[in-house]
Design a protein around this ligand. Structure first.
Ligand SMILES: *Cc1c(COP(=O)(O)O)cnc(C)c1O
Length: 419
């Protein structure tokens, strides 16, 4: 469910005609619906009613300050994967004790930053990282709360690029080594074992992999208890999928039910790290048709947004529905919707059946609220798009479009050039 719907021929975001925003802001721009963001967060959180839980929104899906602030105000926590995301989270007002820190490659300065901030816990992804955190905590005179990110070796049945919980993946620590890790952690002076963590992949559209992971984690918790290592927090990670095309992922309550049933009589506190399921369908990318072109074997629709703005089609061959902002009665064509970037892999859609369009028409690339803007780049020196949020009949630019000046920011000519 989202709030990008047609009234008559015109696409609205909540109560604002999308075309009006395009006229004021220019294209391309990301457009988010406040009502959708709000609803998605609450539906997800409330699915776990009856359990003590903390929904730590996964910042990397969309790190705009307005979006972070909204989830903070709804009582959410934050899952971060870098010092930059920690900065953004604190800047948006998240209390450190609602922040968990994942990621396979934490740097010393990032670890120190998180220790000094006093976050809820580190999700530790290797034994070396565990020892480093202990060492840094010692130097800074802190105790470091940790969970070990266990790789439960379940197949999430998703795109290989976004599965993370298989033995061959770089993430987490396999169950056997994790037990060793907990033994070590338990003896390290400056480490406090508080939790266990997993995150098995992204865009998961079946319930089974989550249940399997939960079962594996609970087995581990039992083993650890027998060893005298108590676990307070169980972190199930993120990964619940959304409908891009014709997928039918479990609804949040269906995803939550086995977890709630399994944990309601335990003292464990639940942590979740949803990203995509909260923000994915709350955002669209509005782009303008620059040109039409008929090749020998293909029709092309050339737009002013490309892989620099939305990387997912190029990176994962991801499908995003593309809709006209103003519906027309044109004949159907089959076309590649391509961007302005000088790469053959710069496409938003391939062989897409769609109503014909012409120069100046506006298109909405759907379901781009997650991993859209955050993956965008300045390739080909294209300024990053603006981001806009609508609430009811109001809209606000939550990130201004970059200027050309922004493109050269921080660059300098070495004095030894002598020119
Ligand atoms: C990316 C990520 C998430 C969020 O994944 P979604 O599929 O967007 O829900 C959660 N936890 C960790 C550790 C991640 O890396």
């Amino acid at each position: 469910m989202h709030h990008f719907i047609y009234r008559d021929k015109n696409m609205y975001c909540e109560d604002v005609p999308v075309q009006n925003i395009a006229e004021e802001v220019g294209t391309p721009f990301y457009l988010y619906s406040y009502a959708t963001l709000n609803r998605h967060f609450l539906i997800f959180d409330e699915a776990f009613n009856g359990l003590t839980r903390l929904v730590c929104y996964s910042a990397k899906a969309n790190t705009n300050q307005a979006i972070l602030k909204l989830f903070e105000s709804l009582g959410g926590g934050l899952d971060i994967v870098s010092g930059g995301e920690l900065y953004r989270g604190l800047h948006a007002g998240f209390s450190p004790d609602r922040i968990v820190y994942s990621g396979v490659g934490k740097r010393i300065d990032e670890i120190d930053y998180a220790l000094e901030t006093g976050i809820l816990m580190f999700n530790v992804e290797s034994i070396e990282e565990l020892r480093l955190i202990d060492e840094r905590a010692g130097l800074l005179n802190r105790r470091a709360p940790i969970a070990i990110r266990v790789n439960p070796d379940v197949d999430p049945k998703t795109h290989p690029y976004i599965s993370t919980g298989l033995e061959k993946n770089k993430f987490g620590i396999d169950a056997q080594t994790a037990i060793e890790g907990y033994k070590i952690a338990n003896e390290l002076q400056n480490i406090e074992v508080v939790g266990i963590d997993c995150h098995i992949g992204s865009q998961i559209t079946e319930a089974e992999p989550f249940n399997e992971a939960l079962g594996n984690l609970k087995d581990l918790i039992h083993k650890l208890e027998k060893m005298g290592i108590g676990i307070e927090y169980l972190n199930m990670g993120g990964g619940l999928g959304i409908t891009y095309d014709d997928e039918s992922p479990p609804q949040p309550h269906e995803y939550a039910k086995p977890i709630v049933d399994s944990l309601k009589n335990s003292k464990l506190q639940l942590i979740l790290e949803p990203g995509r399921v909260i923000v994915g369908n709350a955002g669209v990318l509005i782009t303008k048709v620059l040109f039409r072109k008929s090749g020998k074997v293909k029709e092309f629709v050339i737009t002013d947004a490309g892989m620099n703005d939305l990387m997912r089609p190029t990176l994962y061959k991801a499908f995003h529905d593309i809709k006209p902002v103003v519906k027309n009665e044109n004949r159907q064509i089959v076309a590649d919707v391509v961007g302005p970037i000088c790469e053959s892999s710069d496409f938003l859609a391939v062989d897409r059946r769609m109503p014909d369009v012409e120069r100046g028409d506006l298109l909405a690339v759907m379901s781009v609220g997650a991993y859209g803007f955050t993956m965008s780049s300045n390739y080909n020196s294209r300024p990053k798009a603006a981001e806009v949020m609508v609430k009811g009949d109001q809209f606000h630019v939550i990130k201004t479009r970059q200027s050309y000046k922004d493109l050269v920011e921080g660059e300098s000519i070495p004095p030894f050039f002598d020119v």
